[in-house]
Design a protein around this ligand. Structure first.
Ligand code: GUN
Ligand code: FE
Length: 415
């Protein structure tokens, strides 16, 4: 089936680049992008056109790090450093997902809120609960959100949310058996080194290898956390080595934060194909620090963005993109490293994440369409006619759900 979208097409075909096609045509065959044309090609003259008028057609967002069971604590309790925040607020909130009705209600809302905010791909942490994790995967699938979800493994120092080693392993196996979803796939999720014993880490590493499963976790987020990791693993000179030791540091492993990753840790990421997920809002909220995002990108580390709710307080990725720009400006004032431009940060919050899942950059041909349609006509009236690049910048800073008129995930409008 042919679908033709007409509107102002704006996309980020590579890091830092911005391409604008005023009144262009985006043509799909069965949801897959055939190409972008400034004028409708003759061969399509007889096909119906979905006309978005003067609206902006832009890539949708990919959120590569967030905690679904922290959605009920969104916007609250960000007054403690990481380890105290986990002990005081987080583990007890996640413990509630034992209750399947509560999980269904919360996850249905979350999945819908992701779509209405323009996020179409995610790499997400669930809680330790197998049944609630399946519910989360079902609700994402139903809403049309694609990506990875992980049942969290945590058999140490995890308060109310702690599992035994045997439970953690047997429940992970049971969970994997029941993962038969189309858009949503499993990812192994040792929460972070302090919450997993060596025995559990080794078992998860074996499973990752044996079943060729991807891995996600946290790395070098906070100084207190790093001191604890050094104490737990005196044989490892750096945090990342605790993951490598157990086979969890591998191609496409996602590591959230990397605020304190130095040159050596960054080079280890490049060597193994590990991705850094930059979570600027969370890093400021929990006073963790400002991540060296420019350094990571320049050195060649693969970087994407994460909302990290509920350390982060904003689910909407355009707000996370803006926060990444702001945090990079603070970093510039502190260190002189140049800040992220709007097209650069947008690329990290959209194309980079889509590329992690095998998608293309910007609206690359041959990929299922992941796009949002933004009607910026209701934003405050500008003093003069704006270029598409200016309208793009203004939309990134000012848009809300009210301006998002369509959300294409895997080639289908899910709004
Ligand atoms: N490290 C381990 N668990 C968490 C979490 O839930 N949030 C954040 N920001 N860091 C973590
Ligand atoms: Fe996190």
């Amino acid at each position: 089936m042919t679908t033709i979208l007409h509107g102002n097409i704006i996309h980020t075909p590579s890091f830092g680049a911005l391409e604008t096609i005023p009144g262009g045509y985006l043509i799909l065959e069965d949801g897959v992008i055939r190409g972008i044309w400034p004028d409708l090609p003759e061969e399509y003259a007889a096909c119906p056109v979905t006309d978005y008028g003067d609206s902006l057609i832009m890539p949708s967002f990919a959120d590569l790090h967030l905690h679904a069971p922290q959605y009920p604590m969104l916007g609250m309790g960000m007054d403690l450093p990481l380890l105290d925040w986990l002990d005081t607020y987080t583990f007890r909130t996640e413990a509630r997902f034992e209750d399947e009705a509560f999980a269904r209600r919360t996850y249905r809302r979350l999945a819908r809120d992701l779509i209405t905010s323009g996020t179409t791909r995610v790499a997400m942490f669930s809680s330790r609960h197998t049944d609630a994790t399946w519910i989360l995967m079902e609700e994402l699938e139903r809403a049309g959100v694609a990506g990875y979800v992980g049942k969290v493994n945590m058999n140490r120092s995890s308060g109310l949310s702690q599992e035994t080693t045997e439970e953690s392993i047997s429940e992970t196996l049971r969970w994997l058996e029941g993962c038969h979803f189309d858009l949503v796939k499993p990812i192994l999720t040792p929460r972070f080194t302090p919450s997993c014993t060596n025995e559990l880490m080794a078992e998860l590493g074996r499973l990752a290898e044996e079943r060729d499963l991807p891995v996600q976790s946290h790395l070098s987020e906070n100084t207190g956390e790093m001191a604890l990791v050094r104490q737990l693993h005196p044989d490892c000179a750096q945090y990342w080595e605790t993951y490598r030791k157990y086979g969890l540091w591998k191609d496409r492993t996602l590591m959230a934060h990397c605020v304190y990753s130095d040159v050596r840790e960054q080079e280890a990421m490049i060597e193994s194909g590990v991705w850094a997920v930059h979570c600027a809002a969370s890093n400021v909220n929990l006073c963790s620090g400002t991540a060296p995002v420019r350094e990571l990108v320049n050195r060649g580390v693969q970087v994407a963005l994460g909302s990290d709710i509920a350390g982060g307080d904003q689910l909407a990725m355009h707000k996370v993109i803006v926060m990444s720009i702001r945090a990079s400006k603070i970093r510039q004032m502190e260190t002189g490293a140049s800040f992220l431009t709007v097209p650069e940060a947008y690329y990290l919050g959209s194309s980079a994440g889509h590329r992690y899942f095998g998608g293309g950059e910007g609206f690359a041909s041959g990929q299922k369409l992941h796009a949002i349609v933004v009607d910026d006509g209701s934003l405050p009236e500008p003093v003069r006619e704006l270029s598409l690049a200016e309208r793009f910048e203004r939309a990134v800073y000012l848009m809300g759900k009210e301006q998002i008129k369509a959300v294409y995930s895997e080639g289908i409008n899910r709004l």
